[in-house]
Structures are given as C-alpha cells and as structure tokens.
Design a protein around this ligand. Sequence first.
Ligand code: HEC
Ligand code: HEC
Length: 420
Amino acid sequence: MIILAASTQRTTGLVIAVVVAAGFAIYVLFNLKQGRKEIGAEIELAPNRKPYYDDETLETKRLDMALAGGVAMLIIVALSLPLYWLGEPGRQKGFDEFTETVFASRGGEAYEELCAQCHGAGGVGGQAAYTVLDDQGRYIESVNWTAPALNNILYRFSINEVTHILNYGRPQSPMPAWGAPGGGPLTSQQLETIVEYLIVIQLTPEQMEEEVQAGLRESVLTEVRDQNPEVSDRELQDAYNLLFSGLGDALTEQTTIQQDAEAEVEDIEEAKTKVMDLLDDYLIELAAMNAQKYGEYLFNNPAGAGSYACARCHTAGSSWNANEILESSPSLEGLIDPEIPGSGGFGPSLIGVESQFTSAFSQSQFISVGCEANLQYGMNGVCEPSGQMPGFGHNATDLEGSMLSPEQIDAIVEYERALR
Ligand code: HEC
Ligand code: HEC
C-alpha cells in the first residue's frame, strides 16, 4: 500500500516536473526566435512604446482577470498544503517501517555474529559450552548448557524484560551481559536492533503449539525407552503395548519398514504418521486422565531447547543434564548435585509452593502472566525488579497467542502442587 502510494506520488511529481521543464524549454525557444527577428525601428516597436490598454479596460476586465487569477492560485495553495499533509502520516509510517527493516537486518547480522553460536541460527535454540566449578572455583566438569530458543521469546517476556536480560545476562549461566549497564560490549542502539530482529523471527501461535506437542511426543518415547534400556525388541514391544495399546506395534512396524532398503518413501511416512497419531491420542488421554503426569512432561518439555519448560529455571542442573553426567562418571558423585525436580535453580524451589497461593487457580494465573518488576503475587510473593519469571499464558505480553494453553498450565500446577 505504502510503496504503491509513494510511487503514485512520485509519478505525479515526475509528470509535473516534465510539464514544467517542457514549458520552460518552449518559452526559451520562442524567446530566442523573437529575439532574432528585426521587424522595424526600435523607437516605434519597443515594448514600452506600445500603446497599452486604456484605463477603462485596465480597471475592469484586466483587473478582474488578475484578481481571479490570484484567487485561483490561493485556492490551489490552500488545497494542496492540506493534501500534502494528508499523505504525511503515510510517509512517516513508511519511513518507520523502513527504519525497522534496516534495524532488523542490522540486528540479524549482529545476532548471527554474537548469539547464533549458542542460541542457534534463526533463534531455534542450541547449546553453550560451560565449565562447572566448585565453591572454591576449582574445575569439576565441562558440560553443554542448553540455550533456549529465542524465536518465541516475546511470547513470555516483554521487550523491556528482554532488554534487561540482554543488558545484564543471566548470572550463574553461560549467558553473558551484553549491554553497558551490565559491563557488556554493546550500545543500547545495537541491543535495540537485535530486539528488532527477534521481533521479526517470532513463531506463530500455531507453530508454537506444534513444537510443544512434538516435545511431548519425544518425552513419552524417551521415557518408554529409558524405562526399558536393555530389553529385546519383543520385550520392548510388550512394554509399549502395556503402556499404550497399539503404539508398540506401530513403532515396530515403523522400525521394520525403515530398515527395509527397498521400502517406499510413502510407506515410511505412513508408518511414522501412525506412531505420531497414537502418541497424540495417548497425550489427549493422559491430559484428561492424569493431568499431573501430563504436567510433568510439560514442566520438563525439551521442545525449543527447553524454552517452553520450567525445569531449566526451577530444577538446578537440568539445563546440562547433571543426572546423565553423574550416571556416566560416578566419580563426580558428591561434587555435582543430582537434579531434584522443582528444587530450585535460577528460580526458587517449588517444593511446597502450594502454601504460597490461596488456590490452584491463583497459581495458574501467576504462571500465565509471569513476573513484571515488583509485581505482587500469591500470599506474599513479590517479583524481583528484573521480573524474570516468564508468562506462559494469553496476555502475558503484547503478542496474540501464548506458549501454553490454559489446560496445560493447569496441568503443570497440578504437578507442582504434588512436588515433594
Ligand atoms: C555463550 C553462549 C551464549 C551467547 C553467546 C548468548 N547467549 Fe543468550 N543465553 C545463553 C544461555 C545458556 C541461556 C540460558 C540461561 C539459563 O539457563 O538461565 C541464555 C539466555 C538468554 C535469554 C533469556 C531466555 C529465556 O527465556 O530465559 C535471552 C533473551 C538471550 N539469552 C539472548 C541472547 C542474545 C540476543 C545473544 C546475542 C547478543 C545471546 N543471548 C548470546 C547462552 C548464550
Ligand atoms: C527464565 C527462568 C524461569 C522459567 C523458565 C520459569 N520460571 Fe518460575 N520463576 C522464575 C523466577 C526468577 C521466579 C521468582 C520470581 C521473582 O521473585 O522474581 C519464579 C517464580 C515462580 C513461582 C513462584 C514461586 C514462589 O515461591 O514464589 C512459580 C509457582 C513458578 N515460578 C512456576 C513456574 C512454572 C510452572 C514454570 C514453567 C511453566 C516456570 N516457573 C518457568 C524463573 C523462571
């Protein structure tokens, strides 16, 4: 629209310019031609010697014409000024959008250079190398700390909150401070361009819903596999069957088809879809029959590099798989604390959190909206000035849509209130 409007204006301007230029050229041509002609004695033919209109004509017809001409010019000026201003908001908006695009593309370059190595290209999430030290600052272990996806960040944090995180980083994590207030290298305008870029890459609510669901499917499958690490295929299938009737067969079928070198692509896809459908059915059933378990999956959801989950802030060690490391290097026992679900990390411990809220409903509301600076919540909760508990529900930020549905938040609350 704006580009179109701008180009119509430009065309009009061009036409006027061409007409004026052509008129001027003709005027000059005529003048030259007249200048060359020598028609008679200057004493008779000089323009100032020509007898002019008499007073009669001058004061009636000529004067009226001149006055009418003046009025006409005035009308044109009076009309064209407001007309020009009518277009001004459009021009202003076009300029704003232009600056935003320039900002976003500059921010995109800065992002790729400074952030992508940890948060993934395009903000899909990734990993950061981190060294776990003991209280005295001695080396314990090198780990990979999950860096959450940022292509959904503006659904859980406001622009102010994101700017705060960028300024100060996340203490006790690989996320460094970037802004001058936290001692970082970037100016506030550079941070602004990065935020502008983050705005551009946000997913749609539908895409987020699909990511959350994919993470839940993965969790269910991982849990089934973890629970049966050493069983044969036959036993595994029995376990699947026990857990979710039908899923085991579908999974075996998928594996068999995938291993068949001559299998048709279509068959493989069909087998995969079947597994997915069964997982989705199971999750619907789980949400209805065992919201607490459903809430546990959501609390730990690996989707979007943990960005939809709670564990990364409320279960210390979960961002770098402390339990897995302990399992593979038992010598670290006593040096590394095992993950205790909900026992607190960057965010406070949630064990016994039900005493903080008058009801499950008010707890859901808090999780839906999240913190903002000094917000009071629950019985006696007050958010830190940095307001870093994200909002996971509708209206948590200016964006339409949310990271989690009200039912999902209620399920998480049910899980949290059972944490011991
Ligand atoms: C060295 C790796 C690394 C780099 C580089 C890095 N980050 Fe991070 N960032 C992290 C990690 C890890 C976390 C999660 C910390 C935690 O678990 O609390 C994080 C957290 C964040 C968060 C908070 C997300 C949330 O939902 O809690 C934002 C926003 C963020 N980073 C933005 C950026 C931007 C923008 C850049 C580039 C200017 C950047 N980060 C560069 C590792 C990094
Ligand atoms: C980016 C880190 C982060 C994530 C992710 C996060 N929280 Fe929090 N949460 C916090 C912080 C920080 C606080 C403390 C609030 C404050 O004082 O500012 C908090 C506070 C809370 C509280 C109040 C605890 C109390 O005792 O006052 C609850 C309940 C809670 N979070 C639940 C959740 C749930 C449920 C999720 C996942 C859907 C979640 N949080 C995800 C950082 C996080």
